[in-house]
Design a protein around this ligand. Structure first.
Ligand SMILES: NC(=O)c1ccc[n+]([C@@H]2O[C@H](COP(=O)([O-])OP(=O)(O)OC[C@H]3O[C@@H](n4cnc5c(N)ncnc54)[C@H](OP(=O)(O)O)[C@@H]3O)[C@@H](O)[C@H]2O)c1
Length: 331
């Protein structure tokens, strides 16, 4: 007998995308060798774009969004996963090209999955989600470039956002002195509670560069903003420091000179959590679980239901969502 499940479904009519909660037949699920009862999903900047139908991320409708999911395997044709296993999925264009996590059921390819690591439950894993994977990829890339506690201040831009908040909490827990930038003066207490020692106004870092090199300030940076901000940070990065470029909330252009690279050996490290190889993903989730700043993560997370998402999609694009949002799918 066919079973129905609840999902947030996007439909397109006359070029306009609308969202509604619908009952879907399991037979409509896409092909894949593992079926999951989704327990939690999350909200990321990219989910906001998909929910609003912008950026041409979705290829065909009707579509189930949600780029992250965590849940329990209920059917498996893969030798790697058994019924009852708990798994995480982030990226691989799930929720964009493929149906995603805003539904009680997901059918996916086993090679996209990561086993839920020891020390995490599904809700905590989604409190991290793609934002956590991107933040930890950035930290690992900076460490690979040589960053260690004691090297100097590490900057995190877009501090009150998902990637920013998680990066501050982990860097601080790992012993780095963390400075952050934010456009929200009212978030000062929030950012200090995460471990930020100094907070810069967002506008200060976004000023256009007047010189190719500025005084050296940053030993490293996790940048969620891009644009003028990234150009300025590169010019302010100290000798043999590095900047991990994670996001473009402030623009996707980069007007920088080559001097930070050629005269200071500064590294510009690209982060792509979507296609990150499996071995690195496993390393990322292990580190996320091992160094978990549990209390801080809980404090930055709020829980919502599927029908809250259309409104929250608008808010995250407007920069009005603070920290992380987990979605209780309850499959
Ligand atoms: N490379 C990857 O794999 C990867 C993975 C996840 C996310 N991302 C990208 O990383 C960025 C952050 O994602 P997220 O999910 O953390 O989104 P988010 O929660 O909306 O955070 C973005 C933050 O950037 C700041 N911001 C917003 N608009 C800005 C503007 N016009 N100029 C400067 N700063 C601005 C805001 O922080 P304040 O209010 O504190 O200033 C905002 O909270 C996005 O661009 C996203 O696409 C990339």
């Amino acid at each position: 007998m066919n079973k129905n499940f609840q999902a947030l479904l996007l439909e397109q009519q006359n070029g306009k995308v609308s969202a509604s909660i619908q009952q879907i037949d399991e037979q409509q699920l896409p092909e894949g060798d593992v079926t999951i009862a989704v327990e939690y999903s999350s909200l990321n900047y990219k989910d906001g774009m998909v929910l609003q139908g912008i950026g041409r991320l979705v290829r065909s409708y009707p579509h189930v969004p949600g780029i992250d999911l965590a849940g329990r395997v209920i059917h498996s044709q893969s030798p790697d996963y058994q019924v009852g296993d708990h798994v995480i999925l982030t990226g691989w264009r799930v929720g964009e090209v493929h149906w995603g996590g805003y539904a009680e059921r997901a059918r996916v390819r086993s090679e996209w999955l990561v086993p839920l690591p020891d020390g995490l439950d599904c809700r905590t894993a989604m409190s991290l989600g793609t934002a956590g994977v991107a933040a930890m990829l950035a930290i690992l890339a900076l460490e690979d470039y040589g960053l260690r506690p004691g090297a100097g201040e590490v900057l995190v831009t877009g501090g009150a956002g998902g990637v920013g908040s998680i990066a501050i909490a982990y860097l601080s827990a790992l012993g780095y002195p963390v400075v952050t930038s934010s456009g929200r003066p009212e978030a000062e207490d929030y950012l200090r509670a995460l471990g930020a020692t100094r907070i810069l106004p967002r506008a200060e870092l976004a000023l256009p560069l007047e010189r190719p090199l500025e005084s050296e300030i940053w030993a490293g940076c996790v940048d969620a903003v891009g644009g003028n901000t990234l150009a300025r940070i590169l010019a302010e990065t100290a000798l043999h420091g590095a900047v991990a470029s994670v996001g473009l909330a402030g623009g996707n252009q980069l007007g920088s000179s080559l001097l930070p690279f050629l005269l200071r050996g500064v590294g510009l490290l690209g982060i792509d959590s979507t296609t990150c190889p499996q071995t690195r993903r496993l390393q990322v989730w292990k580190r996320l679980a091992q160094s978990l700043p549990k209390a801080q993560l809980e404090a930055i997370t709020r829980e919502v239901a599927l029908d809250d998402l259309p409104q929250l999609g608008k808010e995250i694009l407007a920069g009005r969502v603070r920290g992380r949002v987990v979605v209780n799918v309850g499959g």
